[in-house]
Design a protein around this ligand. Sequence first.
Ligand SMILES: Cc1cc2nc3c(=O)[nH]c(=O)nc-3n(C[C@H](O)[C@H](O)[C@H](O)COP(=O)(O)OP(=O)(O)OC[C@H]3O[C@@H](n4cnc5c(N)ncnc54)[C@H](O)[C@@H]3O)c2cc1C
Length: 502
Amino acid sequence: MPLDPVRSIAIVGGGTAGWMTAATLSHYLKGLGCHIRLVESSEIGTIGVGEATIPPIISHLASLGIDENDLIRKTQATFKLGIEFKDWTQPGHSYIHPFGPTGFQRNGVDFTAYWLKCREAGKAPPLEAHSITAVAARQARFMRPVDLANSPLQHIAYALHLDASLLAAYLRAYAEARCVMRTEGKVRNVAVRPSDGFIESITLESGERIEADLYIDCTGFRGLLIEGALKTGYEDWTRWLPCDRAMAVACERTGPLSSHTLAMGREVGWQWRIPLQHRVGNGYVYSSHFVKDEEARDILLGSLEGRALRDPLALRFTTGRRRLSWNKNCVAIGLSAGFLEPLESTGIHMIQRGAFVLVNFFPDRRFRQADIDGYNRRMTFEYERVRDFIVAHYSQTRREGEFWRYCREMELPDSLQERLELFRGYGRIIRDPAELFSEQSWFFILTGQDVRPASYEPRAADISPADTQRLLEQITEVVARCAATMPPHQDFIAQNCAAPAP
Ligand SMILES: Cc1cc2nc3c(=O)[nH]c(=O)nc-3n(C[C@H](O)[C@H](O)[C@H](O)COP(=O)(O)OP(=O)(O)OC[C@H]3O[C@@H](n4cnc5c(N)ncnc54)[C@H](O)[C@@H]3O)c2cc1C
């Protein structure tokens, strides 16, 4: 059957989702002669938060041919080696979820099993001491990985902290240079074809009517096309992720430039600290059932390290996901597709995935249902697995108070319950290879939150306790030595990618 190619795409929304999707499609669809148009309204504006990322952004930017140092300079970005959870497990406690692989594998058994075995004997070095990124993050150091065999320095994995509006502007310049056409305007009406329920056109307040074969809804929480026009429905996950509000404010930076995101547990929810070159982003994520907005605002403003640069921005959200990310000829990407809350910085990642998976299932004008179903299955899987990872943080703490008690006692998703049961036996993490978070990510957060397995993987009995301990001590010594050779984060940026003063 001859192809009936998609000739035009209309992206509605110009936040991080809109411009990242435009950049991705303009790159991967080049040569197909498909016309891409993006409509955005500066009157409505963007959400303006979303500044911490995770490592897959690095390969995504590289796949688009973006020069990382250039992006860093133009978005006031810094490097990120992981997330520190401070006062999370309980007040006074701190652990890091570091990026990248750690330790070794012996006959398919991960080093974490040997670590559990040593801990059972009371002789394990601290878990973090095995991770080059955790050790470097504690010392505010950074460098990119180097090609040195048998060195932990080759395993440095990193992400970026970026200024959200500068990122959108950067991606806009990239996409416009690849023939994406931008239209300033507010969508007033979305027309749906009565015969099949597909979107037929959008009309702007100016009266201009825009028709396209494929529509991408990047209108943020509004979901103007996917929900407003197509009534797709939303799966509410508030019972597992009860935070529904955030206050965000930038402040002046004081002190050296840290190389990790900080997530600080609060009586109700948590507070982020994201260091950029020109300022620090802060936000308090909380549940309106347990704390009032004014109190949240005071808590945030009372805990800033430097002068607030503007009034806090108040945001409301409902955690969950759209029932279908792709419905008829409309694909929702970004906040219009769902929002899990920012604890593990997964919002921008889900945008990347939404755009990239669309490239893999790119339709022709017949819009085969099998492709639509394939896309939706994939995105559902990714949202649900990330959800479980974040819920695990909330549900496994020893913090006092009504909010944290609720989180500890809530009924968990079956998929998470099953995973925790397996972990509680022999410390096993069984996951699908396509999941975002690795076995070691799970291990670091569950161990950081003091979830203790009854025993360790039986196959880790293949070497003596004394040899196991020696092996782990060797790793921590090498990691400490290598981390000491890494420059301070501040110096690395000054030498490689300092942004001009704002
Ligand atoms: C509190 C909070 C913290 C977050 N922190 C992180 C983080 O640290 N890391 C991370 O990866 N993600 C984070 N996120 C998620 C991240 O902010 C979003 O994924 C990202 O900004 C994408 O937003 P968006 O483009 O979907 O929506 P928006 O930024 O809201 O953009 C919507 C666009 O649609 C346009 N629009 C809307 N209606 C119309 C209309 N009628 N006509 C024309 N245009 C219209 C608007 O003008 C705008 O351009 C956070 C989110 C929240 C709420």
